[in-house]
Design a protein around this ligand. Structure first.
Ligand code: GLA
Length: 386
């Protein structure tokens, strides 16, 4: 981590031939449980991981913004008042989108000084670990500081979500940005997406001799594709046809009625959301009352529901879950939007090496590329590093 911060400072000096005003960072996340519930005003339980995006920012004496990164050789440069969604480049849409979104939230982009931004990250891209939210949140807290905006973290989360939705074109919820901004060491962020209350829930994995292993299948996922939007529409349709403002309001005892009213696909999308919300509450209660070793069955049930009802899993994700569970994991599930990306497995520390070997073996046997398996720990949220 300190290496990455040093690299970012060096990168900044090389790209812009000047000294940055400071260095800020924000983490990626895994979602322990609560998938596709955030945009239904439901519950989520992600945690920030020990992989971060680091940005160095320098203040300019004009009104231009330049962004460079280790993602590409290109340096994006434009006048801040010219920022428009849809006109931004690929990776640079995230940092530039945040500046644009700050404008949408009332910041006068014609009055604040221009900035140079250099970005580096060890959050893998396309693995479902929210590398994009990590970029957005690192840039947002940096601009909040250098422009002395005084915005609180709730507002910054909304700014980053707006950047993601409008500038990048993915109709995502707000979970990833909350995880990146509200993460705490050894805790998950229990978020009620209706009232937007975030509460840290101690995880206690280390004390229990447990770890969360991420198995990155290497199948790139994207929320900007049509499937994510289609799932969201199905949820909204289900809520409308059942006469509730959001699926959060649908009680489990109305599922029989929902089955009569809705077509089969919409019904299964709805059932996933209703049962997943309950699993988040059950997981939080179980963590508090019985400790982390007891939450495995909820992870397994979540995966089955995402596979069978919400239909966002892939053969690679299913294989990783099955192999993990057959080789010592206490529970496993896909994490994030799905359609590729990663699985998380709750694993006793002494079973980790066996699990790794078993996963590699199973993927090889099925003629699939080698997945990347690594342990993540719950870490702190976005911050100024120096
Ligand atoms: C992506 C989105 C989140 C959330 C998850 C699915 O990570 O960015 O808002 O909807 O998918 O739970």
């Amino acid at each position: 981590m300190s290496d990455l911060r040093d690299d970012v400072r060096d990168g900044f000096r090389n790209a812009f031939k000047s000294e940055p005003a400071g260095v800020w960072s924000a983490p990626g996340r895994v979602n322990l449980i609560g998938e596709h519930t955030d945009y239904n005003e439901g519950f989520v339980l992600p945690f920030a991981i020990d992989r971060r995006t680091v940005v160095a920012v320098g203040v300019r004496d004009d009104r231009r913004m330049r962004v460079a990164s280790t993602y590409a050789d290109e340096v994006a440069a434009l006048s801040m008042v010219e920022l428009r969604p849809g006109q931004l480049g690929e990776w640079s849409a995230y940092p530039l989108g945040v500046a644009w979104a700050l404008g949408e939230f009332g910041v006068d982009l014609g009055a604040v000084p221009g900035v140079d931004i250099f970005i580096d990250s060890d959050v893998p891209v396309g693995a479902g670990l929210s590398s994009s939210a990590a970029v957005e949140c690192a840039v947002a807290i940096a601009l909040n500081d250098v422009w002395q905006l005084g915005l609180d973290r709730q507002t910054l989360a909304q700014v980053c979500q707006r950047a993601e939705n409008a500038a990048v074109g993915a109709p995502t919820g707000i979970m990833d940005q909350y995880a990146a901004l509200f993460g705490r060491k050894d805790s998950a962020v229990f978020l009620d997406c209706r009232g937007m209350d975030a509460e840290p829930i101690p995880l206690g994995f280390a004390e229990a001799g447990l770890a969360i292993a991420v198995i990155d299948t290497g199948v790139q996922h994207s929320t900007a594709g049509g499937e994510y939007a289609e799932r969201r529409e199905a949820c909204e349709r289900g809520a409308r046809e059942l006469g509730v403002p959001s699926l959060r309001e649908l009680r489990a005892d109305r599922l029989d009625e929902a089955r009569q009213v809705l077509d089969d696909v919409t019904f299964r999308r709805v059932r996933h959301v209703v049962t997943e919300n309950q699993r988040v509450l059950d997981t939080v209660r179980t963590l508090r009352e019985r400790g982390p070793a007891a939450i495995g069955p909820f992870l397994d049930d979540s995966h089955l529901s995402l596979r069978n009802d919400f239909e966002v899993s892939t053969p690679e994700l299913d294989l990783a879950v099955e192999t993990a569970n057959a080789n010592g994991a206490l529970g496993a599930r896909m994490t994030g939007a799905g359609f590729g990306g990663s699985v998380i497995a709750l694993v006793p520390n002494d079973a980790l090496s066996l699990l790794r070997v078993a996963i590699d073996g199973a993927f090889a046997e099925h003629g699939l590329g080698q997945p990347d398996t690594f342990v993540v720990t719950a870490s702190g949220g976005a911050q100024r590093d120096f």
